[in-house]
Each structure stands twice: as structure tokens, then as C-alpha cells.
Design a protein around this ligand. Structure first.
Ligand SMILES: NC(=O)c1ccc[n+]([C@@H]2O[C@H](COP(=O)([O-])OP(=O)(O)OC[C@H]3O[C@@H](n4cnc5c(N)ncnc54)[C@H](OP(=O)(O)O)[C@@H]3O)[C@@H](O)[C@H]2O)c1
Length: 251
């Protein structure tokens, strides 16, 4: 792959251009899937401001966010992000309909929520009225009542861990077994850190936001670290209004 830096000097990118730029590669990891993360960070490494990522994002960041969703089979997200960011189900978007059909995908990606406690509001549209049933990834010892509540709401509960926690590699394998191989995680930082340390992350789409926040916000990956830093290669960079939209792939 060649590195490229494109600037939106002539106006904003068409969604089709973005979809081409972010197409999933043909190659797959050992799991049979490709796991990409999409995160935004301030210049000084904050992954949120006052508990939300929106203040460090931009309209173009959200266009790319939407495009990455439109290319994915499933969007994996940690329960705390669902709780704090008021997550909604993915929409079917006319502009991506033909592309998704050609890729053998349904009209919208499923959302897969990772949770041990299942302390989630199952009456929310994310669980009660999605276009595609929402998946809940949890451990084998998840509270039985909460598993029942999730299923009654219409969610599909997948067990991907022997204890209370989900094992990241098992989560990827469980999704791949269901034919969901174009994976996108939108964090949050505690979940992303686990995909990184498990060696399960193939690609990071990182938006560098031209803002400084100081303070004590989380970084994009928050949790125990790896023993040896893992190397990623720059695959592409887009620039708009000082925001850098980078794409790095595992070497
Ligand atoms: N900058 C960005 O791009 C970005 C992206 C997303 C989120 N954020 C920000 O990040 C913050 C939230 O992120 P966070 O790191 O605190 O939380 P998170 O990763 O979204 O969610 C953590 C929760 O996910 C569940 N979880 C994580 N790993 C698990 C495992 N192995 N097994 C079972 N469950 C597991 C647990 O849920 P239970 O407690 O239910 O068991 C845990 O409490 C928010 O402020 C949000 O705005 C920023």
C-alpha cells in the first residue's frame, strides 16, 4: 500500500471517495476477520473532554465515522461508551446501499456491546428497535437475569469468555464464526486497550484533533500495556481544517 496525504482543499470529500479510501483490505488475520478501530484524540492525547468525544471531533470526523460504520459488518463497543454516549443503532443509509449490497452486507452493521455486568438499559432503541439485532458479548458467568432481560429485549447474547469477562480474541472469533469479518471497534479506551494487548487489532483509524485539553482524560487506550510496543505502518492520511485523519495498519 502506498502512503498518501490528501487535503480537502477543494471542498469536503464525497462519501464515495471516503468509502474507497477506507475499504477493508482483502487480507484477514488468523481469526478470519479484520479488526479496525476508529478513535479521536486531542494533540495532547485526550480521548474525551468532560466525558464525551464530541468536543474534540468535527463534522468531517463524523463523516468518516459514518463511512467506517457503513463499511463494517459489525461495530464493537464497550458498555461504558454505550452508557455515556447514548449509543443508537446504526442507520441504513441510501448513499451506501449499493456498496453494501455488492459486498454481501445487510443494510446496516450490527452493534455488538461488550459488557460483563450487562448493566445496560435494554429499553433503549439500541436494543429494542435496531434494524439488525444488537449483539451483546459477555462472559459465561454473566448475571442470568440480565442475560434474560437482554434476550427479551431482542438482543442476541454471545458468550466469549469462561469467566465474567470477554476474552478479546474469542470475541473476534465468535463474530467471525457468524460471518462478521469486517469488524470496527469504536472503543472506548478500556476496551481498545484489551484488543491491543491481545494482539487482535489490525488497524487504527486515528483522528488527530487540533486541540489541547490538558487535564486527566483517558488516552485512546487505557489499561495494562504491552510488553514490547507493537509497530504499525502509516497507510494513509487525510487533512481537513487542521484535523489529520490517519490510518495505520499492523506491520
Ligand atoms: N476518543 C474516542 O474516539 C472515544 C471513543 C469511544 C469512547 N470514548 C470515551 O471513552 C469513555 C468511555 O470509555 P471507557 O474506556 O471508560 O469504557 P469502554 O471501554 O467504553 O467500556 C468499558 C466497559 O465495557 C465492558 N468491558 C470492557 N472490557 C470488557 C471485557 N473484557 N469483558 C467484559 N466487559 C468488558 C465493561 O462493561 P460493564 O461495566 O457493563 O461490565 C466495562 O465497564 C467515554 O468518556 C467516551 O466518551 C472516546
Amino acid at each position: 500500500m502506498t502512503e498518501e496525504t490528501l487535503s480537502a482543499a477543494d471542498g469536503e470529500w464525497e462519501l464515495d471517495e471516503l468509502a474507497d479510501a477506507y475499504a477493508y483490505p482483502e487480507e484477514r488475520g488468523a481469526s478470519g476477520a479484520w479488526l479496525r478501530a476508529n478513535m479521536v484524540s486531542s494533540l495532547d492525547g485526550a480521548a474525551q473532554h468532560e466525558g464525551r468525544s464530541q468536543p474534540i471531533s468535527s463534522d468531517t470526523d463524523m463523516r468518516i465515522f459514518g463511512t467506517l460504520r457503513a463499511l463494517a459488518d459489525v461495530v464493537i463497543v464497550g458498555a461504558e461508551t454505550v452508557r455515556l454516549e447514548g449509543y443508537r443503532p446504526a442507520r441504513a443509509r441510501e448513499v451506501f446501499a449499493e456498496r453494501r449490497a455488492a459486498a454481501g452486507q445487510g443494510p446496516a452493521p450490527a452493534i455488538a456491546v461488550v459488557s460483563a455486568s450487562l448493566n445496560l438499559d435494554f429499553s433503549l432503541p439500541l436494543f429494542a428497535s435496531p434494524l439488525v439485532p444488537t449483539l451483546v458479548l459477555t462472559g459465561a458467568t454473566a448475571p442470568v437475569e440480565r442475560v434474560r432481560a437482554a434476550r427479551e429485549a431482542g438482543a442476541q447474547v454471545l458468550v466469549a469468555g469462561d469467566g465474567a469477562s470477554v476474552e478479546p480474541a474469542r470475541a473476534v472469533a465468535a463474530l467471525a464464526e457468524r460471518g462478521l469479518t469486517r469488524l470496527l471497534t469504536e472503543g472506548g479506551p478500556r476496551l481498545l486497550a484489551q484488543f491491543i494487548t491481545a494482539g487482535a487489532l489490525d488497524e487504527l483509524c486515528l483522528t488527530v484533533s487540533p486541540m489541547l485539553t490538558a487535564g486527566r482524560a483517558q488516552r485512546i487506550a487505557d489499561g495494562p500495556g504491552v510488553t514490547v510496543p507493537e509497530k504499525f505502518a502509516l497507510a494513509s492520511v487525510l487533512e481537513e481544517a487542521g484535523f489529520l485523519f490517519t490510518q495505520y495498519r499492523r506491520i
